[in-house]
Design a protein around this ligand. Structure first.
Ligand code: F6P
Length: 365
């Protein structure tokens, strides 16, 4: 009889800590269980296209501290909606049965899917077809349900905070309004927490529709008190009262629409109404790369070991999560197609308000 095997893939956007999870799962599986680990390349693409390799201890040595993912990833590959043909002949077919066949042929005892809600939702659908799924939550957006934190968030939060610190220098020297746009999709965690840590004067998050006059009044008020500069931290997914968001592209598939650029739109309006010079910095993918912080390395390693414990206890179709300080397993259906956004009664919002930060809204003061 061959060795017992598990599979692992990383899906969705890359984020710091993915390699720490690949290392943690592979080392625990080999050292604690004597198992073999199959790594699928480029997320679900590797599962559909049968691209995979065996991960040995030497393959995962030295990767704890590196960003990205040694397995590669894809944020568009979906076995249930697989594109064939080009241009007008393009159609989408269901390749999930082929994936299940490969899963069986390889004799996998479980498939570890490391990803955000998209990856975990696809994994959940494969679980409905019989795959034994173990989920590990990653994303710099920190928007996965049932877990207090995802790995990758802390590194992105530090990068954004560092950028805000640097922008303060120019804002102060040139008496400008500096707008810094951060990622996060429809959740404001990244803007909120880096904004508080960096001492932003205005923080705009998707959960609180902004009013341009309110932002302008903060800028004016600060000038009156001798503070001739302001820092505005903008989440890429913010909405005005009409609910419109700013996208970089047009696409038929909503999953292919890319948020971004709203800070330019805001800067033009603030400059026009306040007469203060505005500049925009869009942090983009600088927030997603780089070495994971100590916190993210720890969380990623704890998640990997916790995920292996779920496997050991046969708690399949569960995602490992952190609640308080505890590692817990949560059913993946509680996570699928849902997003954890910032609750308006969050202590974070209260903290920001108490130190005089504005959310650019009359209704949250
Ligand atoms: O979900 C992570 C994330 O970085 C979002 O914050 C951002 O909107 C999106 O991915 C960007 O995706 P892409 O790398 O495809 O441009």
């Amino acid at each position: 009889m061959g060795k017992r095997r598990i599979g692992i893939l990383t899906g969705g956007g890359d984020c710091p800590g993915l390699n720490a999870v690949i290392r943690g799962v592979t080392k625990s599986a080999i050292l604690q269980e004597g198992m073999e680990v199959i790594g699928f390349h480029d997320g679900f693409e590797g599962l559909v296209e049968e691209r995979f390799s065996t991960l040995r201890l030497e393959d995962v040595s030295g990767i704890l501290t590196t960003g990205g993912t040694i397995l590669g990833t894809s944020n568009s590959a979906n076995p249930f909606k697989w594109p064939v043909g080009e241009g007008e002949k393009r159609q989408y077919i269901d390749k999930s049965d082929d994936c299940m066949r490969l899963y069986e042929d390889l004799g996998l005892e479980a498939l570890f899917c490391v990803g955000g809600d998209g990856t975990l939702s696809i994994g959940g659908r494969l679980a409905e077809k019989g795959a034994r799924l173990i989920g590990v939550p990653k994303t710099i957006d920190n928007d996965i349900m049932e877990t207090d934190m995802t790995f990758g968030f802390d590194t992105a939060r530090s990068a954004a905070t560092d950028a805000i610190d640097r922008l303060h220098d120019t804002a102060q020297s040139h008496h400008r309004v500096m707008l810094v746009e951060v990622m996060g999709r429809n959740a404001g965690w990244l803007a909120l927490e880096s904004g508080i840590s960096g001492g932003g004067d205005v923080i705009l998050i998707p959960e609180i529709p902004y009013e341009i006059e309110e932002i302008v009044s903060v800028v004016r008020k600060r000038s009156r008190f001798g503070k001739r500069f302001s820092i505005v931290v903008v989440s890429e997914g913010v909405k005005a009262a009409d609910g419109q968001q700013q996208y970089q592209n047009q696409a038929e598939d909503p999953l292919r629409m890319r948020l971004g650029g709203v800070a330019h739109h805001l800067a033009a309006q603030i400059e026009d109404r306040s007469g203060v010079d505005c500049r925009v910095t869009i942090l983009g993918h600088l927030q997603r790369g780089g070495r994971p912080t100590a916190f993210d390395r720890l969380l990623a390693t704890r998640f990997s070991v916790g995920a292996m414990e779920l496997f050991h206890r046969k708690k399949f179709n569960h995602m490992i999560a952190i609640q308080g300080t505890e590692m817990v397993g949560v059913p993946v259906e509680k996570v699928m197609n849902r997003q954890r956004t910032v609750p308006l009664d969050s202590h974070l919002i209260k903290s920001a308000l108490c130190v005089g930060t504005s959310f650019g809204s009359n209704s949250v003061k």
